[in-house]
Design a protein around this ligand. Structure first.
Ligand code: SF4
Length: 376
């Protein structure tokens, strides 16, 4: 335990290196290219039903977590995932393959080519050693959509449609081509390794004044707002708190392959019309989409309070413009950034933080769950 009151692990759980939580192991699967083929999605649902607690989470990096896995079942689960092509050769490669991908790609386009090349490059043995949460974003559509998602090295397009390499935290990028983009991205990761000192993220290195050479092209300012609806690539649907049952995953897989996003939304490939599916949100104005809540008690061992049931109770009271983060402790896993309103569970009630993070100084403390609707 640190003096923050929660345990700092400094690494993210994977499938090969799972994390123990209050309800068993959390096994986080990183779909290659951010996509699950229908058979893979259905297979994960079956494996989660057999070895987990029947619930799955979509993470803020577009991964899918199987929860509640007993240690004795981990081997069988991994074997099942490996058969479906969802497991990396080693835990080190799995950890490095931290890539988020725009869901708006088409077969054979730059995003798909770059994602494949980056995945292959990160599996090579001579890669720089990178901190556990260090990641990449491939966002090569005409307009970037991942600028608010956490990534240290980005590939995106400038206003003229040219591909640029971006060190997170910089307003300009380095022009690259389809051939040079991945080698340049690896070189930038190497540059980070040399300049990072004690920093674990690119943004901190840039904020400290270091600047890679050749980053001269202005970035576009993304205006994309993720929400459920139909797109040329398929139907985007939401999940309350990014959580779903194995039945829901299995049903979604019947309608198409799934692209997982960092917004806890799923794009169902090529779907035009979806029937009503239990727990699936299709109304972009549903207030549950504006509430972020971590696992909380009792499933997280570090939680000081329940979060998701509380989120469902508070949703009808949330004003149309409001977003709310509910955190089971000051760590703020589900949303490590500032939010207009945050409720953090603490011993003896909830703390309300305005325009801050879960661990920031609250404006009010010791609120009971019944009082909270009067404060949001
Ligand atoms: S923020 Fe939530 S999920 Fe993260 S450690 Fe705290 S209670 Fe657990």
């Amino acid at each position: 335990m640190s003096d923050t009151g929660y345990e700092i692990k400094g690494w993210c759980p994977g499938a090969l290196r799972p994390m123990m939580s209050g309800d068993g192991l959390v096994v986080r699967v990183r779909p290659f290219g951010g996509r699950l083929r229908r058979a893979q999605a259905d297979g994960i649902a079956s494996l989660a039903a057999a070895h987990g607690n029947g619930f799955l989470d979509i993470s803020s990096r577009g991964n899918i977590q199987i929860r509640g896995v007993a240690e004795a079942r981990h081997g069988a689960l991994i074997e099942g995932l490996r058969v479906m092509g969802l497991i990396d050769p080693t835990p080190e490669i799995e950890s490095r393959r931290n890539i988020i991908v725009t869901p708006f790609w088409n077969k054979g386009d730059d995003t798909e080519i770059l994602t494949t090349a980056l995945t292959q490059a990160l599996a090579l043995p001579d890669m720089p050693e990178l901190p556990g949460k260090f990641g990449f974003a491939v966002d090569a559509g005409a307009n970037p959509v991942l600028q608010d998602a956490s990534a240290d090295i980005r590939l995106e397009c400038d206003a003229g449609g040219g591909l640029i390499l971006v060190a997170d935290g910089m307003k300009r990028g380095k022009p690259v081509s389809l051939d040079t983009a991945v080698p340049e991205a690896i070189a930038l990761a190497d540059w980070f390794s040399q300049y990072k000192g004690t920093a674990t993220r690119m943004k901190a290195v840039i904020a400290a004044g270091a600047e890679p050479v050749g980053h001269i092209v202005p970035r576009q300012k993304g205006t994309f707002v993720p929400k459920p609806g139909y797109t040329p690539n398929g139907a985007i649907v939401g999940l309350a708190f990014g959580q779903m049952s194995v039945e829901t995953l299995s049903t979604l897989a019947k309608h198409g392959s799934l692209r997982l996003t960092p917004w806890r939304l799923i794009l169902v490939e090529s779907a035009r019309i979806l029937p009503v599916i239990e727990d699936v949100i299709t109304d972009p104005s549903d207030p549950l989409l504006r509430i972020i809540a971590c696992t909380g008690a009792p499933r997280c061992a570090q939680a000081l309070g329940e979060t998701r049931k509380l989120g469902s109770t508070l949703a009808p009271h949330l004003a149309a413009h409001q977003t709310l983060h509910i955190s089971g402790c000051t760590k703020g896993c589900a949303h490590p950034r500032s939010a207009p309103l945050t409720l953090t569970a603490q011993k003896g009630g909830f703390a309300l933080i305005k325009d801050g993070k879960a661990g920031d100084t609250p404006s009010v403390s010791g609120l009971s769950p019944d009082e909270l609707k009067d404060y949001i």
